[in-house]
Design a binder for this molecule. Structure first.
Ligand code: B1M
Length: 212
């Protein structure tokens, strides 16, 4: 088994120590951070598949998620260190009622890697808190994440409250497993990205046309 396969296995087993050790080892031999990230995501995808067929349950998911988070904490500075001056300021958070933060963290990490100044509000964030953060930090873009079909409507509330309290200047983009481009159009968001890498391209394409 090669190093990336061992890393994927460590995530599947929720073995934090091995996950962190393998991540550090992969970095020490200059493996591309993107390949390391892909191994982490593959491990977590498998966790989701097995949860669906009732092969594992919430505690195992939590343990795997914790291992992934710790590996990501090791990986993050490597992706970030290339940046000199942030290109854009971005706020990100998972909407109210939703505790899933792994995908949101990945998007934030990719944005940091793309040299954006990222303000991560965390998960379970109310529309009002998003709006306050927009007024405080004056970002170029706000990213909303949701992983539950039951919290998707909170995306619409959040878009509405941000628009009402801060106007139309800030771009709002949405993402998360149940979210689609159609849904983004329906709720008046400026864009939708299917994954963390596309979220970088999307921000750039939305902001490049802005004057100034
Ligand atoms: Co939950 N969970 N979970 N869970 N969980 C899902 C989402 C689920 C699909 C599992 C299943 O049934 N197969 C299901 C949702 C069903 C639905 O609504 N259709 C589900 C459920 C039901 C629940 C609970 C209700 C379970 C329960 O208690 N009965 C509960 C809800 C709690 C709550 O939020 N209020 C719950 C709890 C949890 C844990 C806490 C145990 C844990 C979360 C830990 C954490 O995040 N800190 C957890 C996990 C880990 C999962 C799965 C297994 C993995 C999610 C994940 O992190 N994926 C998930 C099953 C699955 O997705 N296969 C599941 C990896 C991550 C990289 O992918 O977040 O999709 P994802 O992010 C992607 C893209 O979506 C995109 O980029 C990322 C990849 O590059 N993206 C964006 C995400 N946000 C974006 C924002 C953007 C752009 C792109 O722009 C701003």
């Amino acid at each position: 088994m090669n190093l990336l396969q061992s890393l994927e296995e460590a995530i599947k087993k929720g073995n934090r120590d091995d996950a962190v050790k393998n991540t550090k080892e992969a970095l020490s031999i200059n493996m591309p951070p993107k390949d390391i990230l892909d191994a982490l995501v593959r491990g977590m995808d498998d966790i989701g598949r097995r949860f669906k067929i009732n092969e594992i349950f919430v505690p195992e998911m939590l343990i795997a998620a914790r291992a992934m988070k710790e590996s990501i904490a090791v990986l993050e500075p490597i992706l970030v260190e290339a940046g000199i001056k942030p290109e854009y300021t971005a706020i990100i958070g998972t909407v109210q009622g939703d505790l899933h933060d792994i995908g949101k963290n990945l998007v934030g990490m990719m944005w940091k890697g793309a040299n954006f100044n990222v303000i991560d509000l965390g998960s379970n964030i109310s529309p009002e808190k998003f709006a306050e953060a927009v007024l405080t930090h004056k970002p170029d873009v706000v990213g909303l994440s949701a992983l539950l079909t039951t919290t998707m409507p909170m995306m619409k509330n959040t878009v509405d409250v941000i628009r009402e309290k801060t106007g139309n200047a800030v771009k709002i983009i949405i993402g998360g497993a149940p979210v689609t481009q159609d849904y983004a159009d329906e709720i008046g968001a400026d864009g939708y990205a299917a994954d963390a890498a596309s979220a970088v391209d999307l921000v750039r394409s939305l902001l490049v046309s802005l004057p100034g």
